[in-house]
Write a protein that binds this ligand. Sequence first.
Ligand code: XMP
Length: 305
Amino acid sequence: MTDTEEFINDAIRLIQEKSGGEKVVIALSGGVDSSVCAELASRAIGERLIPIYVDTGLMRKGETARISEIFGPVGLKVVNAADEFLDALEGESDPEKKRKIVGERFIRVFEREAVKAGAKYLLQGTIYPDCVESDGGIKSHHNVGGLPLNIQFDGVIEPLKELYKEDVRNVAEALGLPGEIAHRMPFPGPGLSVRVVGRVTREAIEVVREANAIIEEVLVEKYRPWQCLGALVGLGTGIKDGKRLHGWIVSVRAVHSEDAMTAEPVEISFKDLKEIESRITSSIPSVSRVVYDITSKPPATIEYE
Ligand code: XMP
């Protein structure tokens, strides 16, 4: 038996033991970690698994529709909680507080859904680097240090806690999950809120969502980065339609990495960078400037907050 097959058998046993015959809610985001968890759990406990996707209003463009399409047939419940998350985040500028707010909201949504479904356990796709960075005080990933202390569940089950992302991708392939899921680009739990440096507003979230969609369109297929993204990093003076514009500065980031613990910037051609710039500045009226971030991790993290 390979290590991956052994891991799959152990994880299935762990989920069966820990859930003790009760129903389990899984936070399914469509990312590789939670999708692997869902597949393992569905093999472990079948219909006792309740997969739930929360639309936080902080997702990438088209993401909710695509995830619903992929997982709808296996009973995914989509909960639209965008107003709840955006109201709670409105005006917040502290990165750690954003994570805590998102972590807290997630749990409250899952608690409500668990009561409706009669579920006692929460299953999460937390992986090893999430724990290391949270424990090391770098940032509290929403699914680790970001969780509130008073959780109304009998327990949280985290079968992937000792794996790196590459291991998870191997398990995804061994489980036969579609390539689109096994190789999906990582996306942080606090979503676009940590791609707006400083104050979160609905307007800023809309702008950064559009910018991320353009960046992904230009870069994903061609460069196959570990991750690419855009963040609003401040305001700068520009000129549009002959008038002065104090508009958003979008910083583009694209990195290659093995495990997200370290990362190197991708060498993007100047032509592709100009395409990103011209598409963003021409289609988003409030953006005045686009820059490319060439910093490795460390010293910079992959996300801006
Ligand atoms: P950083 O920015 O720490 O990111 O270099 C490493 C990887 O983790 C993702 N990330 C997060 N994921 N909650 C998450 O679920 C978070 O709070 C969070 N912060 C960063 C990031 O997108 C990258 O893949």
